[in-house]
Design a protein around this ligand. Structure first.
Ligand SMILES: [Zn+2]
Length: 416
């Protein structure tokens, strides 16, 4: 009965979404109008069990059942549910004020606050890992994790507003067949490398606290020194999170963003094979024992690390061995802070149209339900795409070329 579900949603919002009791009747009437319900529910609702709810699932489920029993499609019903949750959730400005005042004292508490709002507003869902198909550790120690529910990527159709699915203007959008609802979205502005960006958590099954941080303007972009600056600045501000960027993959988003989470990806735990270079300011560059051509830049001085990263990036974008086309060379980068040291990981890829993106290069593969064959086939498929994304193959000759590429880049491009 939808009038009962509305009343339960209102009670839920009072308990979990900072809705003032004074606003209960107001919002109940707004929702009754939206759902075209004449009456109000006069029976009892179970306040105590609503208070004990740890997620919005039950409330959303009963609304979904009500709406679908009225003949609405699932997609349509879900948009109505987003509307209902969005309208009883705190206004964007209230979330921003709350986040900002917490962040000044403790950025970790501020992140928890944002995640809590996004969770109870039914925007973000914490993962439960029930979708890991299997894990595979390769000879070199690299772990590949396979997941079984790659999101069916809808092709983004833009009619000009919002310009893309990342743009801030998605907030409050009712949504339609081409646009996801933005009713429950609550991005908060943060400063990253002296620029205005927005931060939100997103539901993905691959790791905890998956966030996306996007620029306030809809601008196309490329990987450059500023990318490393942003990543290192982000992990300075939010030390429990790692951040990564894969800007130049085609077809990519045309809106600049970085993403990451709280659990270090498999690439972070790969061991150094050898240290190739150390700068005067103590920044070390080592080659990783890894399936792809990857480097770890480690140090305490961010500016020096950015310069080192930039020298490698520039050299890689001009690297021409006669076999690969330097126009397609791209770098996927990740950063995190561990104690007092920063880590900047660079994966050199010889292709922009590769299936290997930010997650795959870090060791996470997702497959949609329809392509799930047996584990061995999936593993072979992953290995093949990694192979294609490997800049320097794992043989003596190419590994020597890799070493001299790194040394050449750093002795030419960086004042060692
Ligand atoms: Zn955009």
């Amino acid at each position: 009965m939808i009038e009962k579900s509305i009343k339960e949603l209102i009670a839920y919002a009072v308990k979990h979404l900072y809705l003032s009791s004074e606003d209960k009747v107001f919002f109940e009437n707004v929702l009754r109008h939206h759902f075209d319900v004449e009456n109000t529910y006069d029976g009892e609702i179970d306040d105590l069990s609503i208070e004990n709810l740890g997620s919005p699932e039950e409330i959303a489920k009963s609304l979904l059942d009500d709406l679908m029993s009225e003949g609405k499609s699932e997609e349509e019903a879900k948009r109505h549910i987003s509307f209902a949750f969005g309208i009883v959730s705190p206004r964007p400005s209230q979330v921003i004020t709350g986040f900002e005042s917490l962040r000044k004292k403790d950025s970790e508490v501020a992140l928890m606050f944002l995640k809590q709002i996004e969770t109870f507003a039914n925007y973000f869902k914490e993962i439960e890992y029930d979708d890991i198909l299997f894990e595979e550790t390769l000879d070199n120690g690299m772990t590949l994790m396979f997941f079984g529910n790659a999101k069916e990527e809808k092709e983004a159709i833009s009619n000009g507003y919002p310009k893309c699915p990342l743009c801030y203007e998605n907030i409050g959008l009712y949504g339609d067949d081409n646009h996801e609802s933005g009713m429950t979205l609550r991005s908060v502005p943060i400063i990253v490398a002296d620029e205005k960006w927005y931060l939100k958590f997103v539901s993905n099954p691959y790791f905890n606290d998956h966030f996306i941080c996007f620029k306030d303007e809809h601008v196309t972009y490329q990987t450059d020194k500023m990318t490393f600056h942003r990543l290192l600045d982000f992990v300075t501000r939010f030390q429990s999170l790692f951040a990564g960027s894969d800007s130049e993959r085609v077809p990519g988003s045309e809106h600049e963003y970085i993403e990451g989470g709280s659990e270090p990806l498999p690439i972070f735990s790969s061991k150094d094979k050898e240290v190739l270079f150390e700068s005067e300011r103590g920044t070390r560059v080592s080659k990783l024992n890894y399936h792809l051509s990857a480097l770890r830049i480690k140090g305490t001085e961010k500016e020096d690390m950015m310069n080192v990263g930039d020298a490698i990036l520039k050299a890689w974008k001009g690297y021409d061995n006669g076999v690969i086309d330097p126009k397609n060379n791209r770098v996927i980068s990740y950063a995190r802070k561990v104690d007092y040291e920063y880590e900047l990981l660079l994966v050199l890829c010889p292709s922009k149209e590769s299936e290997v993106g930010l997650l795959e290069a870090a060791g996470l593969f997702a497959f949609s339900r329809r392509e799930m064959s047996n584990n061995e086939d999936l593993k072979q498929k992953a290995l093949k795409s990694l192979e294609e994304a490997t800049a320097f193959k794992n043989n003596d000759e190419e590994q020597e070329a890799f070493d001299s590429f790194v040394l050449g880049a750093l002795t030419k491009g960086h004042a060692a």
